[in-house]
Design a protein around this ligand. Structure first.
Ligand SMILES: Nc1nc2c(c(=O)[nH]1)N[C@H]1C(S)=C(S)[C@@H](COP(=O)(O)O)O[C@H]1N2
Ligand SMILES: [Mo]
Length: 331
């Protein structure tokens, strides 16, 4: 896809590059929905067609368009990774450890019915059916870089809303200092949950101020559609300034705690994966450098590695969260 950088800071596809069949399909969906008397949400989607067309939705899954986000840093001018690369080169160890395994195996994941339990130190604990969680706040499209600790990165138009919307709703108590994210561990549908690579379920965590940061996204979709299973359907986290493993997939529980949660990767190898795991080119992983990265989809013979940016390029937005902290110690 050709991308033209306009001086408004957002990216726009060159008009001639917008796939005509997708536009056609959008119109046909609208007409069908009007006939069925369900035009309201579709019209809202139609109104945000600019954001929708930004990335050309693959047309494989149910549409989930989002309005262009107003959150600072939520859009990058970099070229968006092709959907086929972002959905076929994955880490989702519940479905296998090879990058191609999740796309091959995750079709067994049953994403409906689905609910997310919010519990722990909150005034209003609740079990949210996915349908209610999706509607809790307006869906936004945010084009975030995600960088894996293994040295690859991608640029994806995620759809969702700031996790802070949900947190405000459930009213954390004064002693809630951290948020723990627990993901599905179902041996019947996830073939590798029996393996010993990790202690299942996959658990992640954030400090309360990190969880409340507007960039922290509760994501339900990508490329204008609901999340493919291999990318963490039906709901995941995207924390763009941290290494990819912090962005837990297929969430089933969000728990507010006083103590720092024990995360799956920290339990597996504490000297390699700390709680913070902020993207930092100056702090190497014990077994490899973190100074550069490779963009997936650009792995041709002559594709250059890119310099990794402090906080994955979100330094202006998040550096103040770590003022005075030794980031070598708190890796
Ligand atoms: N439940 C669960 N979430 C997970 C993982 C996992 O194995 N299980 N892998 C993490 C890692 S290491 C990365 S890099 C990202 C990858 O997200 P993507 O496949 O959408 O690119 O998901 C993260 N979330
Ligand atoms: Mo990762």
């Amino acid at each position: 896809m050709l991308i033209k950088n306009n001086d408004d800071g957002f990216i726009h596809p060159v008009a001639s590059e917008i796939t005509p069949p997708a536009a056609y399909r959008g119109r046909r969906d609208l007409l069908k929905a009007m006939a069925a008397g369900a035009a309201g949400p579709v019209l809202a989607a139609w109104a945000s067609r600019e954001a929708f067309a930004q990335t050309q939705r693959p047309g494989k899954l149910a549409p989930l368009p989002g309005a262009r986000s107003g959150v600072a840093g939520a859009v990058t001018m970099e070229k968006v990774t092709d959907a086929k690369d972002a959905t076929s080169y994955n880490n989702f160890y519940e479905f296998g450890t090879d990058k191609g395994d999740p796309a091959k195996n995750a079709h067994t994941l049953k994403t409906a019915p689905w609910s997310v339990e919010v519990e722990g130190l909150v005034k209003k604990p609740a079990r949210y059916a996915l349908e209610d969680l999706v509607k809790l706040s307006a869906q936004e499209e945010r084009i975030y870089r995600l960088r894996c600790v293994e040295g690859w990165s991608m640029v994806v138009p995620w759809v969702g809303y700031s996790l802070s919307r949900l947190i405000e709703k459930v009213e954390p108590l004064g002693n809630a200092k951290f948020v723990e994210f627990v993901t599905l561990a179902d041996p019947k549908t996830m073939p590798f949950v029996g393996s010993r690579v990790l202690d299942w379920p996959y658990v992640e965590g954030l400090r309360m101020d990190e969880a409340m940061h507007p960039l922290t996204l509760l994501s339900f979709g990508m490329y204008g559609e609901v999340l493919p299973n291999q990318n963490g359907a039906p709901v995941r986290l995207v924390v763009p300034w941290k290494y990819g493993f912090k962005s837990a997939k297929s969430l089933v529980k969000i728990r507010f705690t006083e103590r720092e949660p024990k995360t799956a990767w920290n339990k597996a190898a504490a000297n390699e994966y700390g709680f913070y795991s902020n993207v930092n080119p100056n702090v190497d992983h014990p077994r490899w450098s973190q100074a550069t990265e490779r963009r997936i989809g650009e792995d041709g013979l002559f594709a250059k590695r890119r310099k990794t940016l402090m906080f994955n390029g979100y330094e202006a937005q998040v550096a103040q969260l770590y003022a005075g902290m030794d980031l070598k110690k708190n890796y």
